[in-house]
Unconditional design. Sequence first.
Length: 133
Amino acid sequence: MWEAYGLESEDVLWTCVAFAGGIAGEQSGPCGAVSAGTVCACLRHRCSLSDRQAAKEARFQAREDAGELVRGFKERFGAISCYDLLGIDFSRPGAYHSFRESGVWSDKCKRYVEFVVEKLYELGERRRPAPDS
């Protein structure tokens, strides 16, 4: 997604590293894909804070997109918390390692990430200005 939003920096990836297994593995935290998706939704609308009116509108649009992403995810998968989605307590020692070896990532988490990426593209397309006729 970073290239799609003109960010082209590995720094952006590092902003969301701790989202795996919820936020820093906390079982009650939201799914990392949802958290990272909301960050991307906000970055998509970034603008200079010096233009107060534009920044106000951008914050509104960012919250709208993030909210739609979260609502859509919850509707599709029934929950947004990592524990509710996977039933794994990532705060337990060795839980993340067991999770990676179990294949749950390819069975469930991959679908969560795909949904978020598709939703972000959908939101981006919807907000793109129509070409002049």
